[in-house]
Design a protein around this ligand. Sequence first.
Ligand SMILES: *[C@@H]1O[C@H](CO)[C@@H](O)[C@H](O)[C@H]1NC(C)=O
Length: 258
Amino acid sequence: MRSILSIAMIALTAVAGVSAHGYMSRPFCRGCEKAAMQVDDLKSPNFRGICRGEPAGKVTNVSGGSLTLGFTITAPHVGNCKVFLLDKNLGNAIQIGERMDCAAPGKVADWSLNLPSSASGSKVVRWTWDACHVSPCEKYEQCADINIIGGGSGGGGNNGGNDNDDGEAPAKPTKSKTPTRPTKTKGSSRPTKTSAPKDDASTGPTSAPAPAPGGSCTHGAFTCSGSRIGICNFGQWSWISCSGSTKCTNQGSNYYCA
Ligand SMILES: *[C@@H]1O[C@H](CO)[C@@H](O)[C@H](O)[C@H]1NC(C)=O
């Protein structure tokens, strides 16, 4: 057996790749405050029911009828992803998006969704991922508490044009049509436009501060440093090591090992 010290180190560095593969990190998810000290709890398959059994958490204001999800995926895998909008009490779920391979190798990217024009006020967005590198697929999910401002009045899908993922076709709201995969993902080569990654369309820290080990950072921010993903926990960076020879990769507000 390992020493207590090395077990503690493993807990601290949050082994990537065993059965802890990733999570929806934006909007700030239910349980996201565990990202720095107990990240495996977020990244593991879900066995605790809807929203992983996490209690309601930090609320993110969302305006203008669209919502952008971001992900932190340390072990990408093929498989289908869905997004639902639920009432605050987790009832009345409606599906607002579906995409194959939202967390697959080379395809992790921000995911912009149109919100139903009738939706407003306190809602819960629920993301699910069937990671099908094994059979049966592993089930992952996260929820985030959002407050939809300006909805309920037939607002369109304009999110104010202040984010930088215009190259990315928003997933069409999937009423009942077959979800068409947006054409954007091929190659996912969006070179160096990423200097100021924007997170979701409304609130939250604007960009990840430069990595400054030991320095200050904005709680909840992410950064890359070689083969490590940094997560800012109350002003201090903590680091998750990528598995094998993979390196931390950043696209928009997504951080993953590849
Ligand atoms: C979110 O919107 C509400 C109004 O609905 C406002 O009172 C609150 O300050 C906003 N929060 C943030 C973080 O902007």
